[in-house]
Design a protein around this ligand. Sequence first.
Ligand code: C2O
Ligand code: CU
Ligand code: CU
Length: 480
Amino acid sequence: MKHTTKFSNQFVIFIFLILTYSCADDSVISLTQIHEGNFISALPIPSTINPQNLTLEAKPSPWKFLQDLTTKNSLLYNSTLPVIKINSGDLFNVNFKNELNNSSNIHWHGVLTPAKMDGHPKDLVAPGSNMNYAFKIKQRAATLWFHPHPHMETAEQAYMGLAGMFIVNDDEEKSLQLPSGEFEIPLVFSDKKFNEDGTLRYALGSIDKHYGYLGDKMLVNYTESPYLNVKTKFYRFRMLNGSNARIFDIALSNGASYYVIGNDGGLLEKPVMLTHALLSPGERLDVLIDFSRLNVGDTIYLQNNSNTIEGYGEQSYKILRFIVTEKENEVFSIPGSLSSITNLNPANAARTRIFRLPAPHSGHSGMHMDGSHTINGLSYDISRIDESVKAGDIEIWEFDNSMGMDPHPMHIHGVQFQIIDKMNGNLEEYEKGWKDTVLLKKGEKVRVIMQFPNEKGIFLVHCHNLEHEDDGMMLNFQIQ
Ligand code: C2O
Ligand code: CU
Ligand code: CU
């Protein structure tokens, strides 16, 4: 009797191992993992740049990404990670100087600009040349950003450091009296790889071309595994996923809740209390964290939770260490409502367009990978107009990843949209409101609705996994 039991147990384990092994062999591929640093470098707080008489110079500049090595081959705007702050209604005017060895330009991600100012890949600035970007800020307060957009070189230029935050403020947001000054901190997340000598390594193997380039060091504001001293107060963190491909599930190491008050296009209607939220490349989260109940000497971490995004998310790792160093009385309390958002009505849509994301090709490789990076089977052609929409029209765009095996953060230029629904997925509270980038997990179908502005010209829709984008997962659409 005893013998039989033992035998059947072993048999079950044997079958289990066979199943596990064959599944793993079939679909799970382990991508580059993060090696946490030691959290002894202070988090640099990017200094705010005054938008008056602004020059942005893209040039090779050294940067201390790592604790004891200075990176010599990084490319930066004004030798830093700039944060531009501007008021809604103001005129933005910047002289962009390209001091790189390659052509480049600046795309203002999430900013509603005229087509000519959007940094389309056809509008490049040659090495040694200048371009003036000028436009009026015609949108509400939001955490936006900027980066280069030259076709097939966006990924490498952004990876080497060319990016910045673009913060729009307005009266509505001001009236909420959210934490500001030392209590309002931009956090740019990115992962990178380095050579022994501290130089940045960007070399795409076939796995990287497929999944996007993942680093093994986790940086915040371009500093490896940093710490931040905090007081026992509420802090406002404007978070940007500035990595090429890595997807984060942002959480606190003590499991505490935090509040999402805004996302890509600005404030939500009301704060969303949660314990973790996804942040895919290009997306932003405006977050309040309450340190008021902690004690001086306490340490907690901002971390990535392991999550269900296959290949990108199995690992949990710490990102940023908070050390409570000072007790200060807190009087701030979370506002019950933040903003009002008018939902666009699907019944008013002039039409629905479908954008099919890549599906696996039944190839000879054992791995389940999607085929080439296309949208509707098309690979990007800079001179082809793929869709034409009418200025002022409301449209529904459906991104269809139902056949796909990989996640894709889809981004539309020139508009902010609202997510109507998701098939095979959940529309989270923190994804409501105005967005410009939406993550499609494998198997999902997402419908978004937007009203096109009167900015006639050519804009882009693309995957913000930058290696996917460079590989052709991008289309032109024309507003006419
Ligand atoms: Cu941030 Cu077209 O991209
Ligand atoms: Cu964009
Ligand atoms: Cu993609």
